[in-house]
Design a protein around this ligand. Structure first.
Ligand code: TRP
Length: 379
């Protein structure tokens, strides 16, 4: 994977607070174990970037509810969240540089989202193509309010932790743009509270599924998981879709967009072997079986250390859970501070503080200063 330059916050001066070490935020909805598509599309990028920042990783269960909210789905959140953190650590995220948190454990984000919702229009959100797609994909004939608000909630996540960098895939780029617009609008209208986040685009093409589908995804059943045992990887590779026009080994084959070779390019650490296989494939001088055997070997070389670390981490019972608990508390503390700053900048604290002072004066108590009241509200 090649290096991605961090896009500066464009022409917008960062008017909000810029803490010592810049923060990064990214994450996923808790839908299950991570697969090679996650690795190629986001995890590799996260691993490469995360030590340069104070890195926050959200387990976005409230976002999951915008399309999946059955009691059965909700009951899986815990297991899926723990699996995802385990996979991320096994793949190379350093827990010393990573704050993992459960979104629903930070209810203040909902308040932030509500306050931000005055800064965006419904047509602006309706024009975001990813939302319509998500709705259709989830079998919704009409747009649920929560789904329309998906980017607003995501903006709340991003602005709540004052993230400077948000590495996400193409489908999330428009949501980060909404967050940037809201941060600028808020800062202009009420004063500099928010860091304007920069989008860090993922530079990797989407990894195809083992069935040749354009995208590897759990719901399509075409994924190889980071936690799949070696024999399962071998079985999945043996069933892999290759060049459909190639009826036998002697027929010259196409390498481009052939998933077997896309995976070789992405994961085989022996480029000379890959170049040789491609040449022979194009000339009709190698069978699919050999290309696949070498791919299985390469994938298992790649996955072996990940599986080993995963087993060791899983044997440390409660470790992942403890990381999520401390990460959620830590994030909640930060978010409470942001919400208090936001309310103060908007002038929302003033009215209640005035009422309290008047009520106290009436009761004959000494009058407190509004400033003290503000600090108190930060909890
Ligand atoms: N929208 C992301 C997804 O596709 C998850 C997410 C929620 C997120 N909040 C975020 C990503 C904040 C980056 C930053 O699952």
């Amino acid at each position: 994977m090649t290096a991605t330059a961090i896009t500066p916050a464009a022409a917008t001066p960062v008017t909000g607070p810029a803490p010592g070490v810049p923060r990064m935020l990214t994450g996923d909805r808790p839908t299950g174990r991570l697969h090679l598509g996650h690795y190629a599309g986001s995890l590799a990028n996260r691993i490469r970037l995360h030590r340069r920042y104070e890195s926050f990783f959200i387990i976005a269960d409230l976002h999951m509810l915008t399309t999946k909210n059955s009691p059965e789905d909700i009951a899986q959140i815990g297991r899926h969240a723990a699996d995802m953190v385990l996979d991320s650590l096994a793949a190379g995220l350093d827990p010393a540089h990573s704050v993992f948190y459960l979104q629903s454990g930070v209810p203040e984000v909902a308040e932030l989202s509500l306050l931000l919702s005055s800064l965006v229009t419904v047509p602006r959100l309706q024009r975001i193509p990813s939302l319509k797609e998500m709705g259709q994909h989830a079998g919704q004939r009409e747009m649920p309010l929560a789904l329309l608000g998906y980017p607003v909630l995501q903006a709340a996540d991003i602005l709540a932790v004052q993230a400077a960098a948000v590495p996400v895939g193409r489908d999330n780029a428009a949501h980060v743009e909404v967050a940037r617009e809201m941060a600028r609008r808020f800062n202009r209208r009420y004063g500099p509270v928010f860091t304007v986040p920069a989008l860090v685009p993922a530079d990797v093409p989407v990894l195809p599924g083992t069935d040749g589908n354009a995208k590897m995804s759990k719901s399509l059943g075409n994924a190889i998981y980071l936690s799949d045992p070696p024999d399962e990887v071998a079985a999945k590779v043996r069933r892999m879709y290759t060049d459909p026009a190639r009826t036998r080994a002697g027929v010259p084959g196409t390498v481009e967009a052939n998933p077997v070779f896309v995976y070789h390019d992405a994961f085989n650490d022996r480029p000379a072997e890959v170049a040789g296989l491609k040449e022979r494939y194009r000339a009709g001088k190698v069978g699919d079986a050999e290309v696949k055997e070498k791919l299985t070997a390469a994938l298992n070389r790649f996955l072996d250390p990940i599986r080993e670390r995963r087993a060791a981490l899983a044997a440390d019972h409660g470790l992942v859970e403890e990381l999520i608990v401390t990460g959620t508390e830590r994030t909640r503390h930060e978010v409470k501070r942001t919400v208090a700053d936001m309310r103060a900048a908007m002038g929302l604290t003033a009215a209640l503080a005035g009422f309290r002072a008047a009520a106290r004066a009436r009761a004959g108590e000494p009058v407190m200063h509004a400033q003290t009241e503000d600090v108190r509200d930060r909890g």
